[in-house]
Design a protein around this ligand. Sequence first.
Ligand SMILES: Nc1ncnc2c1ncn2[C@@H]1O[C@H](COP(=O)(O)OP(=O)(O)OP(=O)(O)O)[C@@H](O)[C@H]1O
Ligand SMILES: [Mg+2]
Length: 245
Amino acid sequence: MLRLESVYLRLKNGSEEVPILENINLDLEDNKFYALTGPNGGGKTSLAKVIMGIYKNDEGRIYLDGKDITDFSITERAKAGISYAFQNPPRFKGLKIKDLLKISADENSLRAILRSVGLCPQDYLDRECDSGLSGGEMKRIELASVLARPSRLVIYDEPEAGVDLWSFENLLQLIRNYHKRGNVTSVVITHHERVLSLADEIILLVDGKIADRGSRDKILPLIQEDARCCWKANCGGNNDEVECY
Ligand SMILES: Nc1ncnc2c1ncn2[C@@H]1O[C@H](COP(=O)(O)OP(=O)(O)OP(=O)(O)O)[C@@H](O)[C@H]1O
Ligand SMILES: [Mg+2]
């Protein structure tokens, strides 16, 4: 349903352009539940932003259900059915939570939507989406706004980040229930073993490249093996500064 062909992304780091994604070729199938994982800085969020149209890829093409969407804007991609729940949801000073949710949800369902993510409507509907909300509260509101509308492809960027362990299992259940309704492909960017263990397929992104992909039975042991041996700071190829514990 989603196809990326030879996608490259370069971004400015000061005056220099640095490669962020290199030669990404990726096919996602209908109705599959994917986990996208890999080390910090590997390019997961950048890849999600390229798919959502927040970053414009420098090379390559992107297709959704066979249609070339490479030149689509963010709004056109959203209308085509792509949704992205940010790793760090943006805050909107002056915008009330109820007004943010109304963008994707029917007015009569706002209370139920907030309750579904564990927030009491009377405490939150009239609050502003500003820095007064905690990280975990903002993640829940972001999730609520994504789950309130139908999508063909949803990318959740680290839904576990900032969410307490007691709530995380419930939020994960919401994501799973949304997926089970069908006609949607889910990609969860995650570092959480619990999410990896639920995925139909795991995609491993390292240094801006797809290092591996496959069933969880194939990929999970590789990740666990890697994590045991490699915790390293690779400073521009200077081997004196590479340490493995
Ligand atoms: N707007 C930007 N300008 C310059 N560099 C960027 C920008 N966005 C991301 N990068 C760089 O691109 C690389 C990939 O970042 P990205 O956020 O995609 O990684 P990630 O895999 O999501 O990491 P994490 O697991 O920490 O969330 C990093 O080196 C990051 O510093
Ligand atoms: Mg990220």
